[in-house]
Design a protein. Structure first.
Length: 346
């Protein structure tokens, strides 16, 4: 059964346990948070993790031990939890074996929790569990615009901070959107820089939140959308030399988000929404509004759709789903293809 991430939180307030929960998507930070909540919900305060919780990894899963764990009886908790991380790496025979287990008297005293990166709609595990009435399948897509702004505001509030100026949240959205796990790390640096809880100013955010790499990332995204392959590759090389692939890898998410937001904006404007309404809904930083709207008018919807597919293919390669090229090579090829696409070259 398919659920939205917001619906999952409501389910965790009751005591109706599914047989299986699958959390998947590019938003690994929120998936980790949800997995912690599920662990607390299933096991309760008196559980003994040595007996009632067992963890596996999809890439080296032993089928016999895993299925035995699924059938084991809880010790101190009313339910037992079996967690499989990196479930996107499960081999096809293991996926089929588990789905067969579900159809043949599965244990009612165990919850199996799968955690995965992106899974295609045709993926055996996702497809099988979506059809299973006693399974919950929850995608976690990257937050953008207003949703990312809401997440940032809540994160600030939970740590005793607030926005001293109305433009702070749109700026942080632009700097941090793409992955809440990386965003949490950047916000932690910001909290340490500001010191005691209280209002955070724009100058504080500009000083500390990944500014150098991310501003280079904006330059890279702009060069790609202009079709300037030479400038884009030069920027990528500079980032790799400055900080290795740890600086360059987040750029894939940034470029993907820029293309996705342009596609969203075009769709809304075609339905009659004004430019101001669109930029407000996407929480575009005020200094970037004119530039963003100009890009909306310059790039075709067809090229944006093809660009997203190119980014998705690069994402799969970077996560090992296909091929084994070095990350810098994957990003370089992606940038060349995108620049050719947006530059109108075959």
């Amino acid at each position: 059964m398919k659920l939205k991430d917001r619906e999952l939180l409501g389910k965790l307030k009751g005591k109706h346990y599914p047989l299986v929960i699958l959390l998947y998507g590019q938003e690994q930070g929120r998936i980790e948070d949800a997995a912690k909540k599920i662990e607390q919900w299933v096991l309760g305060p008196d559980a003994d993790a040595d007996f009632d919780l067992e963890r596996f990894y999809g890439g080296d899963l032993d089928e016999g031990r895993f299925l035995s764990s699924c059938r084991a009886i809880p010790f101190l908790s009313p339910m037992r939890l079996v967690v499989v991380k990196e479930a996107d790496k499960l081999l096809l025979p293991l996926r089929k074996s588990f789905l067969s287990y579900l159809e043949n008297e599965p244990s009612k005293s165990s919850v199996v929790l799968f955690l995965a990166d992106n899974l295609d709609a045709s993926h055996t595990l996702r497809k099988g569990l979506e059809k299973h009435e006693q399974s919950w399948v929850v995608p976690f897509y990257a937050l953008a615009g207003r949703e990312m702004g809401g997440w940032i505001e809540e994160h600030l509030r939970c740590h005793g901070f607030s926005a001293a100026e109305p433009d702070l949240i749109p700026l942080l959205v632009q700097l941090l959107e793409g992955d809440t796990r990386s965003a949490e790390q950047e916000l932690e640096k910001l909290f340490l820089y500001v010191g005691k809880p209280g209002p955070i100013r724009l100058e504080d955010a500009r000083a500390i939140v990944g500014e150098a790499a991310l501003h280079s990332g904006f330059d890279l995204a702009d060069a790609v959308l202009r079709g300037d392959a030479a400038k884009a590759l030069h920027t990528l090389d500079g980032l790799v030399q400055a900080g290795g692939m740890s600086e360059a890898l987040p750029l894939l998410g940034l470029i993907t988000q820029r293309i996705r937001r342009l596609a969203q904006a075009q769709g809304w404007m075609q339905r009659g929404m004004s430019g101001d309404e669109v930029t407000r809904k996407l929480r575009i930083f005020w200094k970037e509004k004119d530039h963003f709207l100009a890009q909306c008018r310059q790039v075709s919807a067809k090229h944006l759709a093809e660009g997203l597919i190119t980014c998705q293919n690069a994402d799969r390669q970077l996560k090992g789903a296909e091929g084994a090229r070095p990350p810098e090579q994957v990003l370089g090829i992606m940038i060349l293809r995108l620049a050719r696409l947006f530059g109108g070259r075959p």
